[in-house]
Design a protein around this ligand. Structure first.
Ligand code: 4AD
Ligand code: MG
Length: 479
């Protein structure tokens, strides 16, 4: 057996002294031919390993370079140096993997996020990305814990589907056809009957429709999986492949849905604060340093941790789309034409500049907007009695904009098919979905939370490409 290592995180948390351990990790720095800062991924805090002068062969010392992998056995002793209570006095240093300092792309200095995006295969080895991905892990664990504790069933919805849950047409096709020579119908169109699945298929944009099927028997379900959108949005908040959490609950109305979403967001943030304090403090400092580079009026009023605590401790502001449009229309921002898209009429879709104005300038807290015009929302949302709006809700977060999209679902068969016909969505292809409304239909609701946007919010990272290990965006699918 090879692995008898102790994790550096556990060593640093332990008060005891003068005992033998084995550690394995990667060299961050090597000073004075004597002091190795070793990191093993369990924490951003490095272990100081001391290679006493004269004790190790020059041939070994030469190979202790930034990025090299080591196995060290030795004794934990009190540290005389500043910055750490303990250090490891090395007895034996084994080089597991060399790292040529002339060729290793990461230098022991600060690299830009843009540079590291190009080196995404190595960026885990930096403090910033190690912290981000530990926090991402904690958040995803908290997602499962929240729903499991509430008795929800985790449902694995398909990744390959033949439907377009959002009806927006932003689909990545899935086919096993030879693209140069696909099977064709007599009229020259592609004959998907001959394709792998016998019909046209695509990567899922959302697990919601299948989630609704299960909720009609299991009552409270959630999905947490990858979703795909071929929308050509090259922004700091859009990915072509992102992870979404979609709970779906029978016997819920819009208000129940909002209550759950708000409780859920607060719970997972609190969980991260409690279980990942070191990493969040590190990221908070990183953000504070970044903010110092900005002009005064662009800096945020709160630090990262302060902001997270504020979100946990305050109610989200709830208002209707109509009220929000009124606020935006009357805002000085609109009057002084500071919005790129001016708000003039009821019915327009809100741009992220409007969402951010409401959240960051007007309310200064997360906002839940409800009852949007039906024309800018998906076919499955429950129609309100006014004939114009639907029981939708979007949650908007500071610095991010839309983080959650959800709704009460149209449970009335006739209303639903009517709307589908209006929107040219085939009732035939979604016949299986309509069965839920034919047999034992009930009021139900659900929402989707974009996981990367949540990770952005919690880590304070401004670009979504920096919170998913290997981002997929227009013209980019590296690694
Ligand atoms: O608002 P959306 O499109 O809603 C749905 O997909 C519903 N089926 C959810 C439901 O009710 N079950 O997407 C939900 C969330 C958005 O609020 C946003 O956070 C995230 O998914 N999202 C994206 N995140 C990253 N990149 C993209 N291209 C995203 N598109 C949506
Ligand atoms: Mg949405």
């Amino acid at each position: 057996m090879f692995n008898k290592k102790t994790r550096i995180k556990d060593l640093l948390a332990n008060e005891s002294l003068n005992y033998e351990v084995i550690v394995m990790g990667w060299v961050r720095t090597f000073r004075n031919n004597q002091f190795i800062a070793l990191n093993d991924g369990s924490t951003n805090n490095n272990l100081q390993v001391v290679a006493e002068l004269g004790k190790f062969d020059e041939s070994v010392l030469k190979r202790i370079t930034t990025g090299a992998a080591l196995k060290v056995s030795g004794e934990i002793i009190p540290s005389l140096g500043k910055g750490q209570k303990i250090e490891l006095k090395a007895h034996l240093i084994e080089i597991l993997g060399d790292s040529d300092p002339e060729k290793y792309p990461l230098q022991p200095k600060k690299h830009s996020l843009e540079f590291l995006r190009e080196k995404a295969h190595l960026r885990f080895r930096t403090n910033t990305f190690a912290a981000i991905f530990r926090v991402r892990h904690t958040l995803s664990f908290a997602v499962h814990k929240f729903f499991n504790d509430k008795g929800f069933i985790y449902l694995h919805t398909p990744i390959i589907t033949a439907s377009d849950a959002e009806g927006a047409g932003e689909l990545f096709r899935v086919t096993s056809f030879d693209l140069i020579n696909p099977a064709k119908n007599e009229n020259g169109s592609i004959n998907y009957k001959e394709d792998f699945f016998g019909k046209a298929t695509n990567l899922t944009v959302s697990g919601q429709l299948e989630g609704e099927l299960a909720a009609m028997a299991l009552a409270d379900v959630y999905t947490f999986g990858p979703t795909f959108r071929a929308e050509n949005s090259n922004t700091a908040r859009h990915l072509a492949e992102f992870w979404m959490i979609e709970p779906e609950m029978a016997f819920y109305d819009l208000e129940d849905n909002m209550n759950l979403a708000e409780e859920f967001i607060k719970y997972i943030i609190k969980y991260a604060l409690e279980n990942n304090k070191d990493d969040l403090e590190f990221l908070s400092q990183r953000l504070a340093d970044e903010e110092k580079e900005k002009p005064q009026n662009e800096r945020s009023e709160m630090g990262l941790i302060e902001k997270l605590e504020f979100v946990i401790n305050n109610n989200f502001e709830r208002l209707t789309y109509t009220e929000a449009v009124q606020i935006l229309k009357e805002s000085n921002h609109n009057k002084k034409k500071k919005f790129q898209y001016l708000i003039e009429d009821w019915g327009v879709d809100l741009q992220s500049e409007h969402e951010r104005y409401l959240v960051e300038k007007h309310f200064k807290k997360p906002v839940i907007l409800t009852d949007y015009p039906k024309n800018i929302k998906a076919f499955y949302m429950r129609q309100n009695d006014d004939g114009k709006t639907v029981a939708a809700m979007d949650i908007l977060a500071p610095g991010i904009g839309e983080i959650v999209g959800g709704s009460q679902r149209e449970e009335r068969l006739n209303k639903l098919t009517e709307r589908m016909n209006e929107m040219h969505i085939s009732t035939e292809e979604l016949d299986w979905y309509l069965d839920t409304r034919r047999f034992g239909t009930v009021p139900h609701a659900g929402f989707g939370l974009g996981f990367e946007r949540l990770v952005q919010f919690v880590t304070g990272m401004s670009n979504i490409r920096d919170v998913i290990p290997f981002p997929r965006t227009p013209k980019s699918a590296e690694f």
